[in-house]
Design a protein. Sequence first.
Length: 615
Amino acid sequence: MPARPPSIQARSLLLARAAAARLPAHLPAHLPAHLPASAATSVTGAPAASPAAGGDSDSRSNASSGANREASPGWSSGSVFAVAAAAAIGGWGLSSLASPQNKLGGTRNRNKGKRGKRGKNGDDDDEDDDDDDDGTADHRTSEAIPQGNGDDAGMGFASRTDMQEAISDIVWELGNQKDMISTDPNDLHAHGYSSWANVNPERLPVAVAYPRTTDHVATIVRVCHRHRVPVVAYSGGTSLEGNFSAPYGGISIDFAHMNSIIQVNRADMDVVVQPSVGWQDLNNELAKQGTGLFFPVDPGPTAKIGGMIGTNCSGTNAVRYGTMKDWVINLTVVLSDGQVIKTRRRPRKSSAGYNLNSLFVGSEGTLGIVTEATLKLAVVPEETSVAVVNFPSIRHAASAAAAVMQAAVPVQCLEIMDEVQMRVVNLSRFTAPRVWVEKPTLFFKFAGTKAGVREQIQLVEEITAANKGGNFEFAKDEREQRLLWSARKESLWSMLALRKDGEDVSDIIEVSKKEMDELGLFASILGHIGDGNFHESIMYNKEDASERAKVEACVENMVRLAIEMEGTCTGEHGIGWGKKESLLWEVGSETVAVMAAIKKSLDPRWILNPGKIMD
């Protein structure tokens, strides 16, 4: 197998992810010294990496992969950065950087079997990880804890030899369709290693399967269950928490061929899709058919429906339209033994039994593998507009955002970028010839009737002015909308384009926040402030142990503070491989034990995406 590309590019980006617990009535007067002043109140972080198996980095779209954007200056496929989160308004929670991962020992599997033909790629690009393997070990019986990949029939996973036998059985039971199984080293690497991750497990899957139907998936899982082979689902490969990594080897199931829009029910405003349908592709098809409908959950542009369900992701539209869980009507799920179930029928309203949708949405493929989903659709608004307004400080911007939400103005999106991030966008020249005022800035999207949009704009202008907002500017046509939103759209790529090596970073560090200066690092803030989801971006050298230690300590402090304020360690990227210890901090060992009991009930052999959410 070719050597793994370096896990570190000279400068890594750590974005701290977070989610709101509730809107506060006011902001605290003082912040702890370790927190960025720009993050007005609750803040957290975590070395992470998607949109979840979705994730939601608002990145410049590439037709095949957001991660392989070779045209961006300073960006290369070997680059590594992670995303964690920070919040800025009292009581708003954020994401967390779990403590340093204890890498699993052992060597990568080298599959000696016949090389299979690689199937159609499902836009693999980004994902992440970071971890802590001991977060729940004391709260489960040994029977429920996988013990590596030994031959113990009671507890362990299959040996390498048994995994090879399982591959042969899968090929046989699929009718000798060898193009459905790949053992190509490049395939294995793409499905077990993420260049967006802060830390990656040492192992890779032993094979990648490319099913075309639910029956194929059921067959693959049934064989893996029989042989005790781990199974990891893979759709877009854009998650940010190591959700698709294969720490115990096993089979990666890539849904690249299961990318069909099966049925559009215009009258009922719903759609049936397979897991590898991209949300942007879905909306393009709905527009092409002239349905007047759209799917409003908008994470990173290459995210797929399967991963979006797995992580309960969201995006800029969350403030108005909510998260993935709010748009799922039913799911077709393959359980750990190959049994296929449907969570419910197709009504919008049902009180028939347990809400299994809520069980599987956000479970990251640890309880079952989703092969089909029926999703709600929304009506395309009659009118839309965009506005931007800047403020003298991040605190004024955060206060204005809280005031807009508390006034119940039905904005579609409410995003924030601090003065550092605005300068980064200017320096990148991605939005040239536009030059932005380098102050903390709020970005608004409005949607509704013409009269409704005019009223929203007027209310927001009044509220922001009362919080010292200046240079309020709103779009009068579609071209101006694209222009005004361009800074937010290009924020991530702007940061990546400005990464520098060694001493050259000093000319950027000077613009960083006072608190981040204490770390000697370059940092900025952006995020979905409308629903309290907020990102602290920190540029740091992962090869520098002392620098990484300072970042980890800072992020841990942010996580703990957010949890103390009844926030959360992850708003939209899931727990995955990277936030297991943070989950334990947030919900406690008793709650994690309940999760483990559910897992054991549905997956007694612990083969579905092991090592994620809990150990």
